[in-house]
Design a protein around this ligand. Structure first.
Ligand SMILES: [Cu+2]
Length: 351
């Protein structure tokens, strides 16, 4: 008995210090579950193209600037690619061949209190579309100006430990023009079709839900959002509603840098009504003027890098880049397909 007790005591003495030593040698407590939320690490914000992913503490103000680029090259119908000749062969006089969008998005966030954050965003958009005609000619149309403003609120439904669930409620305000014109083969100052307009012309409801979680070296999150058009605009139509689901994971390489992967699934409807500015023949001339050739769905795969200023010179500055390509795309075509998307952003927090 005495021998057994001595042995047990010896075992305890051997095992316990071993465990204790391990803890002392492991100041990060990597064996303990991670249960905090840390705002001052690179991946505390989602990949930069995701909006409304985070909230702020009361009194905090954040300024944001994003440059967003999108390139669309070539047409598709369903999941099949179409050459310009294929589009012309369907009876159209004109085939769009390439479109680029450059967007400068300015954002302001304000933390009302621990549970409620408000956000305002205003984009400046520049669009360019190249076309080929059935007669063998080519032309380009361009528009630029401010797009639709967004006002939204993030309310924390759950914000404890290393998990957050935010309700997003927003309104899209029709500050963008829907009367853009440019020179086409029909003459100067012609009304441009739907994808070359800068705004929706409608007030839009923007409901959403965002979940984010942090682990010691990893973080991840998911967001579902909708754009619901409220009524028709002054030109007699409304753009299709949109639905979006995205999910991401980020790895914290160091407190100041994280790398992310993200999938972004989008579905958008066709246009209701007809733009009264366009000639009645327009949908037969060019597919971009047909309200029933605007819908589609697309899944993008994106890679991102977030940088966070940890030294005094760059404290509270964030710089981030995300680039992506579609991995699935089905369009009510002929419609220009998306080939590349990129977002470069800067954020600064006033505490
Ligand atoms: Cu913010």
């Amino acid at each position: 008995m005495k021998y057994l007790m001595t042995c047990a005591l010896a075992c305890v003495l051997i095992v316990t210090p071993a465990g204790a030593t391990e803890r002392v040698l492991d100041p990060m407590h990597t064996t303990a579950p991670y249960s905090e939320w840390n705002d001052v690490r690179a991946d505390a914000h989602a990949p930069i193209a995701v909006m409304g992913d985070h909230n702020h503490e009361g009194g905090e103000i954040m300024l944001a600037y994003r440059y967003m680029f999108m390139e669309m090259d070539g047409n598709r119908s369903g999941t099949s690619r179409l050459s310009p000749a294929d589009v012309i062969a369907q009876g159209f006089a004109i085939a769009p061949t390439r479109m680029t969008m450059d967007m400068h998005m300015f954002g302001l966030m304000y933390g009302v209190n621990h549970d409620l954050t408000l956000m305002a965003m205003l984009p400046w958009i520049s669009l360019s579309m190249d076309h080929l005609t059935g007669m063998g000619g080519s032309f380009t149309t361009k528009t630029e100006g401010i797009g639709d403003a967004k006002l939204s609120a993030m309310y924390a439904l759950h914000d404890r430990g290393n998990r957050k669930l935010l309700a997003n409620v927003g309104v899209g305000i029709p500050t963008g023009s829907i009367e853009e014109r440019d020179t086409t083969p029909a003459g100067p100052n012609q009304p441009l079709p739907y994808p070359m307009q800068l705004g929706s012309g409608t007030y839009d409801l923007l409901p959403g839900l965002t979940f984010t979680a942090q682990e010691r070296r990893w973080s991840w999150g998911a967001q579902a959002q909708m754009v619901l058009r409220l009524g028709r605009n002054s030109k007699g139509y409304s753009l299709g509603d949109r639905g979006k689901v995205t999910a991401w994971m980020a790895y914290l390489l160091a407190d100041w840098v994280s790398a992310s992967v993200r999938l972004d699934a989008n579905k958008w409807g066709n246009i209701d009504g007809v733009d009264e500015q366009l000639p009645a023949m327009a949908p037969m001339m060019v597919p971009t003027a047909d309200p029933d050739r605007r819908g589609g769905e697309r899944v993008d795969a994106l890679l991102g890098v977030n940088l966070y200023g940890t030294n005094s010179a760059f404290a509270d500055h964030r710089l981030a880049l995300e680039v992506g390509v579609p991995v699935y795309q089905s369009l009510d075509g002929p419609q220009l397909e998306t080939d590349f998307v990129a977002t470069l952003g800067w954020q600064y927090l006033f505490r």
